[in-house]
Design a protein around this ligand. Sequence first.
Ligand code: AMP
Length: 440
Amino acid sequence: MSFSPVKGMHDIYGEDASEMEEVTNLLKEFAKMYAYKEFIPPIMEYTDVFSRGTGESSDIVRKEMYTFLDKGNRSVTLRPEFTAGLIRGVVSNKLYAEDLPLKYFYCGPAFRYERPQLGRYRQFNQFGVECVGADSPLLDAETIIMAVQSLCVLGFENVSVKINSLGDEESRKAYREALKKYFSSYMDEMCEDCHERINLNPLRILDCKVEHDQEIAKGAPKIKDYLSEASEKRFYKTISYLNDMEIDYEIDENLVRGLDYYSEIVFEIHVKSQAGNDYGAVCGGGHYGGLVKELGGPDLPGVGFAMGVERIVSLLKDNGLRKEQPYLLDFFFMPVGGDEEVINSVFYLMQTTRLLGYSADMAEGGKFSSMFKKAERKKAKFAFIVGTDELEKGVANIKNIETQEQITIDLNKLDEELDKLFEHDECECDDENCECHHGA
Ligand code: AMP
């Protein structure tokens, strides 16, 4: 019997959990500034949503999905990414009948049966956006700009963008033929998977991780030579918006991205780890032409990106950008003396304090020094100290754990007293008599 976590899946707790919450909250707030609203699709979809018949030749869909039969013998899959499920949701709920484009952000776990390694898990969290229903280089550019700015808002400075165009259907058809022709003469030397890829979708060979195959791929024809006039124009139009916004980017002719539904512009964003770690791309995205139609909706395009939240959290740590929380609790209540009546009164006081909007926890008695140590370990800002004497007088002693300053407050005016205590943080005065309790 094994009670360890499933391989490649991990528990998130402590500072990592707080950091993850902070990162996702910031990303969500930032997305709202771009007029995005939240969409929460189910974690599980019918497998067809991702595989769409034989419509997807990517490794993600063919090899890495957690797919199983439910008790009704239906094939279901834990989402390996959000886009297909979200678009299924747009179609199921006929959201395309609303004002277009639809702008949705999402956040949550995704699952891929990949070989676990640094920055690569079998359960990981993604934050991303989808803008559905308008075909415009301006929106493609806006999506890239938004992804870059989101990372900047999180504090990253060395954000590098790689972009490429996969062209429209006509361009890709011509390119697939050219790749097929090129790789056919190398097939004897190439891996088993590439033998399948050449028939399913030769573009996928460019993603192959086998070193020798990568060498061969270096000499393959480049998509830019197969772009239709319309796709080329569109690509350079998107780039012109990036130039206008002074977004640095590099055109990467080998960038094809992992899923088949992409068309026209695709991009990836990397952030350099100052600890020298290589997590791979932190964000990836692009434009997609046929997905809404493939999932039973009208012929509408979309554009979006997905970011790996774990990778962001690791990079923040590597780059010294994690914000140390000065404290995690406003008050730690310490009933002095250990008598049950005091403990009960302190419990009641703590509940009142929580209802007033402050975070609080308490010790159920014990030695003063050990309660104080506990307050420090819990990273409380203030110790709220109450014993029999204090209760009789209707007061409490409040000690600032960091500065060790102590004041006595009137429990009959708890709301007012606590307000003053927190105003004190903002007040810079040295006046001992100031309302803010400074110098107490
Ligand atoms: P993709 O859907 O493959 O374009 O991935 C988008 C982003 O999700 C990547 O840039 C990573 O940051 C993150 N990501 C993808 N796969 C994993 C994984 N197995 N573990 C952790 N993060 C991942």
